[in-house]
Design a protein around this ligand. Structure first.
Ligand SMILES: CC(C)(COP(=O)(O)OP(=O)(O)OC[C@H]1O[C@@H](n2cnc3c(N)ncnc32)[C@H](O)[C@@H]1OP(=O)(O)O)[C@@H](O)C(=O)NCCC(=O)NCCS
Length: 169
């Protein structure tokens, strides 16, 4: 896994991946990735409001260089005081399994720690093995269940939590 601010190289990613903050012009592509990943994707309007909302961090993963760069994934972190929630994390299906979500998650967690967040929460479908593997690998632990939280198909959510230690301690 590479650093969250620059190209991610190494065995798992043959091409460079850059993690950066989303801009308004990324919304169309983010929405396409959403639609390819979820039965109920976030709408363009919601994504547009999220890009500019205070307290929300929206990162994108971009592959390719210069004029050919393409957004292939995104991650969203909502912060309230010293707690935060990962509200969304998605990678375009054809590039899954190459460490891109890991790089996005590391980018979100690094920035959360930097601004003083001490606990990060998220909900995940109980059947979502790739997401559970990713979050467990980063130290998230299950702290609860929300019964029938999801639709299409209906399913329970696992609530996961990660405690962050401030930098330098
Ligand atoms: C979940 C998701 C974001 C992961 O993206 P990704 O780029 O493929 O993830 P990564 O390549 O960084 O790999 C994540 C982990 O899952 C593991 N993994 C990948 N595919 C897997 C599978 N089918 N079953 C079990 N684990 C799997 C990888 O080994 C990796 O674990 P590691 O970090 O310990 O090596 C992606 O599958 C996705 O977009 N799914 C649809 C949207 C979604 O469900 N988002 C999660 C919402 S909580």
């Amino acid at each position: 896994m590479g650093t969250a601010d620059g190209p991610v190289g190494g065995a798992r990613m043959g091409t460079g991946v850059r993690i950066r903050r989303a801009r308004g012009e990324d919304v169309g592509r983010i929405h396409q990735v959403e639609a390819s990943c979820y039965a109920a994707p976030w709408s363009r309007d919601t994504l547009e409001s999220v890009v500019i909302r205070k307290g929300v961090l929206l990162l994108v993963a971009e592959v390719g260089w210069e004029g050919e760069a393409r957004v292939v994934g995104h991650g969203i972190l909502w912060r309230v005081a010293d707690e935060a929630e990962i509200a969304n994390l998605a990678v375009t299906p054809e590039l899954q399994g190459r460490g891109i979500a890991g790089a996005l998650l590391d980018g979100l967690l690094k920035r959360a720690r930097r601004v003083g967040v001490t606990a990060v929460f998220l909900e995940v479908r109980e059947s979502n093995d790739p997401a559970l593997a990713l979050y467990r690998g980063r130290g998230f632990r299950q702290v609860g269940v929300r019964k029938q939280y999801y639709d299409r198909p209906q399913e329970d959510a696992r609530i996961l939590r990660l405690d962050l230690t401030p930098r330098g301690t």
